[in-house]
Design a protein around this ligand. Sequence first.
Ligand code: PMP
Length: 443
Amino acid sequence: MSHVFHRHCHTPLPTVVSGHGIYLSDSDGKLYLDGCGGAAVSNLGHNHQRVKAAIAQQLGAIPYAHSGFFTSNSSEQLAKRLAELAPDALKHTYFVSGGSEAVEAALKMARQYFVEKGKPQKSQFIARRQSYHGNTLGALSVGGNEWRREPFRPILSAAHHIAPCYAYRDQQPGESELAYSMRVANELEQKILELGADNVMAFIAEPVVGATAGALPATEGYFKRIREICDTYDVLLILDEVMCGIGRTGTFFAFEQEVIVPDIVTVAKGLGAGYQPIGATIVHDDIYQAIASGSGFFQHGHTFMGHPMACAAALATIDTIIEDSLLDKVRLRGKQLLSKLNDTLGPLPYVGDIRGKGLFIGIELVANKQSKAPLPSCSQAHEAIKTVAMNNGLMCYPMAGTIDGKAGHHILLAPPFIIEEHQLDELVSKLHASLLQASAQWM
Ligand code: PMP
């Protein structure tokens, strides 16, 4: 009996013992191709010498000192590096230990900003129905993944939700992409007017939706309009790049491709590439200055924030991404992967949509390709695919997400940035074989 409280209480898991490049091995010596980076975490693959050496060096110097008493060289250097990479006035970084914590910090920063600015009535968040922002109660409150929210609904705080940007399901026949983008983005304006602009603090969204949609980019012009609306009504724009940031979509921040700059951006997962747990909330200078020149104290903290070893791992990760030109590689391999998936999986009767940016790719499963009817919500397709794929030596990330509030099934692919073209072929062929086998269970 395992004394670890596993999330899936009854599913025995293989024991991982080592990793190399894009492969992991279990205690029976079985190899698994990491087709999803865990949950879009392992962007440099496994056993990366440079990152390990940076952690070892920090361990030798000083592994931990509480951030209330000391700063550290690694956290200072990492914040400086992020400030160089982030556009505009996104110049201040608050370090935490993961994605949910980064989102919590962002939400509370938004609130404290308006309190410091003398607008304490601003207290409402708006988010989207197709979203996931983390499992802590604040992050879960703004998130829109109904399946994850359901048991906790009575203890969540109030948040307001608008439609996602989901062209595959929502764009009407004859409606241009731009017209569609404006229609859904304008829902934000309608919601702000309904609540009263004086009451709304912030809008939070993932530039490319992850854990509820496989991977779902916005349509052209959507985020530009969102930015305009936020500016008009003095509403902060928080972009959650916990999953899609740190190069995953082919640019360091996914929002760079939208040609906008948020007021706050959250990152985690790929920031430490899985070598250390770390998240970060990067904020615009105006927000920092409002707090710094107001009470001078952000009313929020965690024991492990700014952990020197986590910061050292993140710094080495970022330096590797930049110096090894991995962003170029992500863009190239992403295009190759999309095209291979379209050729191989596209014809399958239950593959409705294949989409994504860079090496952040979603596959939407449907019961009927023409009507786009989702698989029945009771379908355990995601569990079946995961089990079969693992048997076949492939890690992919099938999920029971939501399709605008209802159940939907998607598979996320997010392999390490170092994946080679022949390894993409192996990934696609293993996934194809796994889908053929697993679909027998729901067809
Ligand atoms: N935001 C987004 C966009 C995420 O995808 C996730 C995790 N899937 C989180 C927040 C929460 O991150 P964590 O699991 O590290 O708390």
